[in-house]
Design a protein around this ligand. Structure first.
Ligand SMILES: [Fe+2]
Ligand SMILES: [Fe+2]
Length: 494
């Protein structure tokens, strides 16, 4: 095969990578990654002669060849854990998240850093390329030359492969670009809020609710929490009064997942916990709106009904068409989320039982989010610090003290989203908890500058930073109530 003059140049080293990419190219690029993911995956299930592959290969060829024609050639390269398509960093979409990770992991394991397709391909070429790649032994340094040789033996000269370049100071493992992660987190967050709303509306209308969609979103949230929980934790600062029920469910889920991760739960258990937390108040969909939104306190009858929501929730779950997606642990977690340690909560039980672990986790996440969110009867919510102080007082009788300790580890003594006063007289918003428990009181903080009635971000600082004399440059003096300062905390996390 003649080597076609390539109009593309592979991004050697880290040349100024381009952050902008035309939408069409970005869409095709995302599509390419998804297609390669599927192909790599099924090559491990079917042998290369299997007819079932035909369809997949044809679909992939369409994308790859469209890109090669459009661009005159195609280079896909890993640079510092990011994927570059012809020198443009490929930003991934929510849907593309899993495929990106898969491709990065598989190539990195095999120390393959770049593949250049110089000419449009046919079915046999693509098939042999994928099988040759997946046959490479993991961790072998000479893989790029082994691969080149394999391709040459198959008379494939239109594909060039290069070894993975390791950059100095590169972190171990796969870390996705922070900005991308934030975008994905945002989408997952708002998509979940929307889906919860959908589920509740469907249940109210006695329609079929899509739990599978909720499960997929819970899985995505688990991914994000495992990667960098601070981004999702930041989203919990969105206290949308009108959408309280939906936002509340998602927030409770985020806190619960962060606790579950610290408890060493598997991804599967975390997903179940996430679903239970998302649905913990689903029983409220059976309670009339006038009662739920009542601005004054409940009378006895109304309280009686409110206290039924855990049981109503269980009833709703057991009547779901997709009951197969629901695990007994999820159902019990929902039933338990208002039982207290001393059983003074609700529902009232005939016989005492252990409050389930899911129930105990959700109860803590639920109390905290409820207290820090404005409500009908309490327009000014507690500050994070006040809420934690109340919870500390209630431990013993109400909450599991060990889990509460873990929860404080999640949100920090100064939870993400707290407004703080620094010893430099600056105002700050806690942005990210310090992962080292020793420095719990030294999180990362956004310094906020007030210009008239407005507030703007000045800089992001780390409170562990010291000056030349070894003294901390800044320390937190106390927390402040953002409602008094009229600062919209959530805007700093979006
Ligand atoms: Fe509840
Ligand atoms: Fe709740």
């Amino acid at each position: 095969m003649e080597m076609a003059p390539s109009t593309i140049q592979s991004p050697r080293g880290v040349k100024k990578p381009s952050e902008t990419m035309e939408p069409d190219l970005s869409r095709l690029g995302n599509n390419l990654v998804t297609k390669l993911h599927v192909l790599m995956k099924i090559s491990q299930i079917y042998d290369s002669k299997n007819v079932a592959l035909h369809q997949f290969i044809q679909e992939s060829l369409q994308t790859i060849n469209a890109l090669i024609k459009k661009e005159g050639g195609l280079s896909l390269k890993i640079v510092k854990n990011d994927l570059f398509l012809n020198e443009h960093r490929l930003r991934y979409s929510v849907e593309g998240f899993t495929s990106f990770k898969y491709l990065l992991t598989q190539w990195e394991k095999r120390l393959i850093g770049e593949v250049i397709f110089k000419e449009p391909m046919d079915e046999t070429t693509l098939r042999e390329f994928v099988y040759a790649m997946m046959s490479l032994e993991e961790g072998r340094e000479e893989n790029a030359s082994v691969f080149t040789e394999l391709l040459a033996n198959l008379s494939i000269l239109s594909i060039e492969v290069n070894a993975l370049e390791v950059f100095e100071g590169e972190e171990e493992g796969i870390t996705l670009h922070k900005e991308d992660r934030r975008e994905v987190a945002k989408k997952v967050f708002f998509e979940t809020v929307g889906t919860i709303e959908e589920v509740i509306t469907h249940i109210k209308g006695k329609q079929h609710a899509d739990v599978r969609k909720l499960k997929r979103l819970a899985q995505k949230a688990v991914h994000l929490v495992m990667e960098d929980e601070s981004i999702l934790l930041g989203m919990t600062t969105i206290k949308n009064y009108d959408e309280y029920t939906f936002n509340h469910s998602v927030n409770v889920s985020i806190y619960s997942l962060a606790m579950g991760r610290r408890l060493g739960f598997s991804r599967k258990t975390l997903t179940e916990l996430g679903i239970a937390a998302l649905l913990h108040d689903i029983g409220k969909s059976r309670i009339p709106k006038e009662i739920l939104n009542k601005p004054t306190s409940f009378d006895e009858g109304e309280w009686g009904l409110m206290k039924k929501h855990p049981l109503l929730g269980v009833e709703i779950l057991l009547n779901l068409k997709q009951l197969g997606e629901i695990n007994p642990r999820i159902v019990i977690g929902i039933f338990d989320h208002h039982l207290r340690k001393d059983f003074a909560g609700y529902p009232k039980l005939f016989r005492k039982k252990e409050v389930s672990l899911f129930g105990r986790i959700i109860q803590i996440a639920d109390s905290y989010d409820a207290m820090t969110t404005p409500k009908n009867y309490r327009r000014t919510p507690y500050t994070p610090e006040q809420a934690l102080a109340i919870m500390m007082r209630e431990r013993g009788a109400k909450l599991d003290p060990i889990l509460l300790k873990i929860f404080i580890g999640v949100v920090g003594i100064f939870p993400v989203g707290s407004l703080v006063l620094l010893n430099t007289h600056e105002l700050g918003i806690v942005y990210k908890a310090n992962p080292d428990p020793k420095w719990m009181d030294r999180p990362q903080v956004i310094i906020v500058e007030r210009a008239g009635k407005k507030d703007v971000k000045k800089e992001l600082i780390d409170l562990t930073k010291t000056d030349g004399a070894g003294q901390f440059k800044r320390s937190i003096v106390k927390t402040l109530d953002p409602n008094i300062y009229h600062i919209d905390i959530a805007k700093y996390f979006l």
